[in-house]
Design a protein around this ligand. Structure first.
Ligand code: SAH
Ligand code: SF4
Length: 381
């Protein structure tokens, strides 16, 4: 597929491109309407754009979509979608229905470089980061085109494959497209980005002021244990991470969610619960407890339901909102930490995002390396 993917572009990039063609800038809004509201998949569908312009643009622009390879449904209603990208790599996206919510869990990378010991996605390392379009397309897949206000989903979590802040540029640009009026138009309050705690990137992400919710995977209460299960803790120990969380810009009633994967006899003791309460002091937070989804080859075990309950009770008794997250979709390997890429194509991406899509903030994040266990860094970085 030649040229630039329209779904990688921000409104201002499209406007600049059109002005360079001698066209008025308002046509960019027209293009966006087609790309996001009507979900056009070719320039030829844009009936109110002059034919000659459409032909000219078509030589340089295209609109990407994802190819569904497989769809699986869990007994609990959770659905998992395996998509093929243009270069043959594959990603997984999950749709999780609950009583009053339907949450889409999107991937931001093919694989992951962070190497958390309890996570299946970590096992093959990172193949590449996703382009903004590849993140946005996971959402659009569930969005009915045309004028109906109905959506097949209510919330989006960036908790699928990959570390969103290791793909800061792709994540930020996708979020801009997803939340803009000219784009998909989803309220940022309905979106949560989860990170393992890349502190420099977290600071840069805060400066983008996107107003989305933040989740941080804490997973331990001592540096010794956190480093053992999350090697990223060597670079950014708990106090450094929590200081960045305290400085993170939050709206009036917004709170940071801390995720805590419970591992039997390692981080699930009463002493851990006590330390956790102390660590959370002064933070506007809630805690999501995730009993480990066991993974073949991983030495950790899930605690008993009783231990999980006691841990939660201690937090609640000490004034911390704490929830136990049910492992949804475990029978189809769709639960947290169970996503993986079945096809990994390590060849270089044929379609790179255009330089025009890169806002300056992304070059100012200090070139942080997140790297224990990184295998490859390709794609839109
Ligand atoms: N990379 C990001 C987002 C994807 S992981 C991050 O780490 O935050 C989403 C969540 O799943 C994280 O909180 C992570 O700690 C959790 N997780 C990973 N493996 C898990 C497992 N085997 N069982 C339960 N939760 C797991
Ligand atoms: Fe990557 Fe998150 Fe899995 Fe850690 S838990 S390896 S950061 S996807």
């Amino acid at each position: 597929m030649p040229g630039t993917d329209l779904r990688d572009l921000q409104l201002q990039d499209m406007a600049a491109l059109l002005v360079a063609e001698g066209e008025p800038a308002f046509r960019a809004t027209q293009l966006c309407q087609w790309v996001y509201k009507h979900q056009a998949t070719s320039l030829q569908q844009m009936s109110d754009v002059p034919e000659a312009l459409r032909r000219r643009l078509q030589e340089r622009l295209y609109i990407s979509t994802l190819t569904l390879v497989r769809q699986q449904q869990s007994a609990d209603g959770t659905e998992k979608f395996l998509f093929r990208l243009q270069d043959g790599n594959q990603i997984e996206t999950v749709l999780i229905p609950a009583d009053d919510k339907r949450t889409i869990c999107v991937s931001t990378q093919v694989g992951c470089a962070i190497g958390c010991r309890f996570c299946l996605t970590a096992q093959g390392g990172l193949v590449r980061s996703l382009r903004p379009a590849e993140i946005v397309n996971q959402v659009l897949y569930f969005q009915a085109p045309a004028k109906t206000p109905t959506r097949a989903f209510t919330n989006i979590v960036f908790m699928g494959m990959g570390e969103p802040l290791d793909n800061l540029q792709g994540t930020v640009q996708a979020l801009r497209i997803l939340t803009a009026d000219w784009g998909v138009g989803i309220s940022p309050r309905r979106i949560t980005v989860s990170t393992s705690g890349l502190v420099r990137r977290l600071e840069a992400f805060g400066r983008e002021n996107l107003k989305v919710n933040l989740a941080v995977s804490l997973n331990a209460t001592t540096d010794a244990v956190r480093t053992q299960i999350m090697p990223i803790n060597k670079a950014y120990p708990i106090t450094t991470l929590l200081a960045a969380c305290r400085a993170f810009p939050l709206a009036l009633r917004q709170r940071i969610t801390f995720e805590y994967v419970l591992l039997r006899d390692l981080n699930d003791t009463l002493a851990d619960a006590k330390r956790l309460v102390k660590l959370m002091h002064g933070l506007r937070c809630k805690i999501n407890l995730l009993p480990l989804n066991e993974i073949p080859g991983v030495p950790y075990r899930r605690p008993s339901d009783e231990t999980v309950q006691q841990f939660q009770q201690y937090l609640l008794q000490h004034g911390i909102s704490a929830f136990v997250r049910q492992s949804r979709g475990r029978d189809i390997s769709a639960a947290c930490g169970q996503l993986q890429c079945e096809e990994r194509v390590t060849k270089r991406l044929t379609e790179q995002p255009s330089q025009a899509t890169m806002p300056p903030a992304h070059t100012a994040d200090g070139g942080e390396t997140s790297r224990p266990g990184a295998t490859r860094r390709e794609g839109g970085q």
